[in-house]
Design a protein around this ligand. Structure first.
Ligand SMILES: CC(C)(COP(=O)(O)OP(=O)(O)OC[C@H]1O[C@@H](n2cnc3c(N)ncnc32)[C@H](O[C@H]2O[C@H](COP(=O)(O)OP(=O)(O)OP(=O)(O)O)[C@@H](O)[C@H]2O)[C@@H]1O)[C@@H](O)C(=O)NCCC(=O)NCCS
Ligand SMILES: Nc1ncnc2[nH]cnc12
Length: 294
């Protein structure tokens, strides 16, 4: 079924929910991704599978729908921040129920949730820059209703003194806006297939992200391996070139040997696919492909 962009609050909320869900599913299926779950297998994970990732993505559609409805044409203020925080935590609970307690998409709920909210705040008429800026503003507001949880991400950001998921959002998603989206479009223009362009976009994110999943599992050695390996893929001309594909296969082996998986980078690729569809600056909204199963 072809999904056309909708107008009005309910149509837009449904469209955003479906596009966010589809972006997460397409990220999960994209192959070959180093260390991550993809359509070949489970990567460095023992508790994740592709079908679990897909079930998790589907379970989050109602969350994205509610985020869009509740954020429609509202300003970024404390009341909206608290509401979005509550909906995000309810989404995490939905995900945990759907996956039997496995954390599949916590970072994706955060990133795509904020971007869905921000697109709705602009009534589906914001440019990608405006949407990213509003998401950043929302992420920067305090949520006094949030429970104090000491996460793996917080531990890694403090131990290694690096930015994590919070800072990525508060800075307006620089890895999506300045690295992945431009790379996605450059690779497409250079004649890469859509799969290759998306893999290149993932590599662009991995060249510089301080992914707290990689740091938690494999420390600085893992992070340096990820960043250097991704740079080698792009320096070889990307995955449209045989040398780029060889560099990617080498990186995949290295990440598996280190038990490292760039879950944060994968979430930001899903956010990139979402932004590519909701706010192309010259083509307002890009329809989903005909073969969509959603
Ligand atoms: C702000 C929050 C995202 C919480 O952040 P925090 O860093 O405190 O918490 P974490 O639980 O560690 O979650 C952060 C997740 O974000 C992804 N991520 C990592 N690095 C980055 C980065 N530099 N930039 C952007 N995103 C990043 C990553 O998510 C993916 O990994 C998850 C699996 O990770 P993990 O549990 O560590 O799993 P494994 O390593 O596999 O564990 P083992 O098997 O080894 O045990 C997976 O979910 C991916 O999505 C990080 O995990 C935010 O959650 C928050 O505050 N929420 C509150 C609600 C709210 O306000 N919502 C508003 C918007 S809806
Ligand atoms: N494809 C993937 N594999 C592992 N963790 C992820 N988190 C988000 N997407 C992921």
């Amino acid at each position: 079924m072809k999904l056309q962009p909708q107008t009005g609050v309910e149509g837009s909320a449904q469209w955003l929910a479906r596009v966010a869900t589809q972006s997460m599913i397409e990220e999960a299926r994209l192959s070959p991704k180093p260390g991550l779950v993809d359509s070949r297998g489970n990567g460095a994970h023992h508790d994740l599978t592709l079908s679990l990732m897909e079930r998790s993505a589907h379970s989050l559609s109602p969350t994205f729908h509610a985020l869009a409805l509740q954020s429609w044409k509202r300003p970024a203020d404390i009341a909206l921040r608290q509401l979005v925080g509550r909906l995000g935590r309810e989404g995490e609970a939905q995900m945990m129920e759907a996956t039997g307690g496995v954390n599949t998409h916590r970072g994706a709920i955060w990133a795509l949730g904020l971007l869905v909210s921000a697109a709705a705040m602009h009534g589906m008429e914001g440019s990608s820059e405006e949407i990213a800026a509003s998401a950043a503003k929302l992420a920067g507001l305090p949520d006094s209703t949030a429970p104090k949880i000491f996460s793996k991400g917080l531990r890694a950001t403090r131990r290694y003194q690096v930015p994590g998921a919070r800072e990525e959002a508060q800075q307006g998603f620089p890895h999506v806006m300045r690295l992945a989206l431009p790379q996605l479009r450059r690779s497409r223009e250079a004649g890469a297939t859509e799969q290759q362009a998306r893999l290149d976009a993932l590599m662009a994110i991995m060249t510089s992200l301080s992914d707290t999943c990689v740091l938690s599992r494999a420390g600085l050695e893992g992070l340096e391996t990820m960043q250097n390996g991704a740079r080698s893929v792009l320096a070889a001309g990307g995955t449209a070139q045989a040398a780029g594909r060889e560099a990617l296969a080498k990186l995949d082996k290295q990440m598996l040997a280190l038990n490292a998986s760039p879950g944060g980078a994968a979430d930001l690729l899903a956010a990139t696919l979402l932004m590519d569809r909701i706010a192309c600056d010259d083509v307002r909204v890009t329809p989903l492909p005909q073969h969509s199963h959603l």
